[in-house]
Each structure stands twice: as C-alpha cells, then as structure tokens.
Design a protein around this ligand. Structure first.
Ligand code: ZN
Length: 361
C-alpha cells in the first residue's frame, strides 16, 4: 500500500510517501477472504501508526495505491489432507487442519484442548502439544477401530465422528459414538475421504453443521448415535441410553411418493367368521394436573356414546343394523354389555353352523 503523508513545514507543506506491506497469507477457502483482509488492514494500520507517532507530525493525506498480489497455492501433496467440500465449508462450522503428516486426528483433538483464535487450521499450533497425548499401541492414520484405544489411553477426551452420507444430498451419518459421558473434552469430527485417503476435520460448531436436520437453532444437542438434534441436553441424555443400545445408525425418512405404508402380506390374513367394528364418541373434561416438570394433563376424554357394527362372512348374518348407544349412563359398561350379548349370539350361530356344516369354520 502506497500512502502519502503531509506535515506543516516552514515553507508550506512537506510530503512523503511510505510503502507498507502486509504478510502473505494462505487462503484455502474463499470464505476466509474477509478475515484475511481484516488482518491485513490491521497490520497496515499498526505500521502506519508507528510511522506517524513519536511526534513526527505526519498526517495521512491519501492512500495512493493498494496492490493485492495473489498466486495459486498448492498446499500439501502426499499427506492425508483433503479439502472441505464447499457445501460444508459454507456452514463455517469446521476447522480443517492442514497437516502434512498422518496425524490429523490428533490435531483435531488438540484443537479442542488448545483452541486457537487465529489460523486454527495451522497444524503448527498443535505440534507442540503432541507429547500430552498417550499414543501407545496406536498407528497413523488412525482408523475408526482404534478410537476406543485412544479414548482408553487419554481419559480427558471423548470422541464422536460422523461422515458425509453419500445416499442423501448434503447429509451426515454417524460413524463412531463415544461411550464416555462427562469427559473434559468432547470432540466431534467429520471424516472426509477421497479415493484411498482419509482425513479428520474438527467440527467446531455442531449447530451450524447440523442445521436443517430437525432444528433451526444454533444450540443443539445431537445424539452421537443417530444425530437427531435435541434442543436441550436433558432431552438428549434421556434418549441416548436407549439409542446407544442400537449402535450408530442413520434414520432415513422415505421420499415421496413412497411415504405410505400399506399392508401387503395378505396371505397371512386369517378370515374370521364375525368381526365387530366399534367407534367411541367422547367429550373433553377439564382436568388440569401437573405430571413432572414439563408434562401437564389438560383434559380427560370422557366417553359419551359408541357405535358397534357386527359383520360376518356368512351373507345371511351380514345384515345387522349398527348398534348405537348414547346416554348419561356408564358408556363403557354398556359397551361391554353389548359385546357380551354379541358373544352369546355369535357363539349360538357358530355352534349351529359347526353341527350342520361339514366344513370347519
Ligand atoms: Zn439417538
């Protein structure tokens, strides 16, 4: 940046030009532009301030020229690093640490215990902390099957890993769920793959990562086994023990038009000689009662009447009128009385049929 300065001089105004340079920055994602420009401006401001302080009297007159130099950067060949797919990068929810070795898993873990405000994607921030980890019996790149060993070695960490679900657009599926609760550091990772390569990426904002699944909120508590997002931690804790029994799983809803479940095993049906269909009518009675912290009874359904229709596979008995009951008496009692009467009537018919017909019913 070329900057012109002026200051009063005995014979009018003196002027000078100063040239400031910001440091080169590596940009792997166009979403980093704003952050990097801000950092560059901050640096130029500091340099400019140094130039004008200590009573030099120089005042900025104009910024004559700003030049931005760019060149294509080939980050890391031959390591396990994989770029974040754009649709995930746009969520601004992950830190993709640029490792040149096979230790992306460890850098993700250390990025949680030693969070970095700036340039968190640089592996060099975390290399110094590697000796904190117990890597006994582990080999790298770390396979999913070795994570329990890592967790056993390193009792501060609990690990959850998800992957991109290739069967559904822009979606994730759980890959590994920790069995540990209440460990000091809970680490959520995304495992990317590209051909033979695998690469762990740290998920820094779960809410943004999973937004659009079943919540619009940033603060979510996803179940590590099924990735269902709860709005409260207690809701997730209530669910997780049962869900964990099934291991990691992906809930997938059917897509239209295949969203109706119909009965198809007609061969398993057994024909009954008589069937009674019934329907109750009820009215609501206010009956407010607190049940626990978040559950309240509001109303009681009180039956006021019912209708029963008896149908039969025998045409001669398949002409019953519906039985309708409505009244103030004990409706449920009347229902069972009617059923009992029908039972006696049907039994009589069946008894008669079995003595007159040679074929079993
Ligand atoms: Zn679950």
């Amino acid at each position: 940046m070329d900057c012109n300065y002026v200051r009063p001089a005995p014979d009018g105004m003196a002027s000078t030009t100063s040239y400031f340079k910001s440091v080169p920055a590596i940009m792997l994602n166009n979403l980093d532009i704003q952050q990097q420009i801000t950092e560059a401006i901050e640096r130029v401001e500091i340099l400019s301030e140094r130039f004008t302080r200590d009573g030099s009297g120089w005042i900025i007159d104009e910024i004559e020229n700003v030049t931005l130099h760019t060149s294509v950067y080939d980050p890391i060949g031959g390591s396990s690093f994989i770029h974040t797919p754009d649709w995930i990068a746009h969520k601004m929810a992950v830190v993709n640490i640029q490792n040149k070795d096979e230790k992306c898993f460890l850098y993700c873990v250390l990025a949680v215990s030693h969070p970095q405000k700036y340039n968190a994607y640089r592996a060099s921030h975390y290399e110094q902390y590697l000796p904190e980890l117990n890597l006994q019996d582990l080999s790298f790149p770390l396979e999913i099957g070795q994570i329990p060993k890592f967790e056993a070695n390193n009792s501060d960490y609990a690990i959850n890993v998800m992957r991109i679900d290739d069967d559904e657009e822009e979606s994730f599926a759980p890959l590994y769920a920790t069995k540990y609760r209440n460990r000091k550091h809970l680490v959520w990772m995304l495992l990317l793959d590209e051909g033979e390569k695998r690469h762990y990426v740290l998920i820094r904002n779960l809410g943004r990562m999973l937004r659009g699944r079943n919540t619009g909120s940033n603060q979510v508590f996803p179940c590590p086994y099924c990735l269902y997002c709860f709005s409260s931690e207690s809701g997730m804790q209530n669910h997780i023990d049962d869900c964990g029994k099934m291991g990691v799983q992906k809930v997938r809803y059917p897509e239209p038009p295949n969203t109706t479940l119909t009965f198809s095993n007609h061969q398993n049906q057994m024909e009954m000689p008589f069937v009674i269909y019934s329907d109750f009518e009820s009215y609501l009675q206010k009956n407010e009662e607190e049940i626990g912290k978040s559950t309240k009874f509001c109303d009681t359904h009180t039956p006021s009447g019912f209708c029963c229709l008896t149908v039969s596979k025998f045409p001669e008995y398949n002409n019953e009128e519906p039985f309708i009951y409505s009244g103030d008496g004990d409706v449920v009692d009347a229902f069972f009385t009617h059923l009992n009467q029908e039972r006696v009537r049907i039994n009589e018919i069946l008894k008669k049929a079995s003595t007159t017909s040679p074929s079993p019913l």
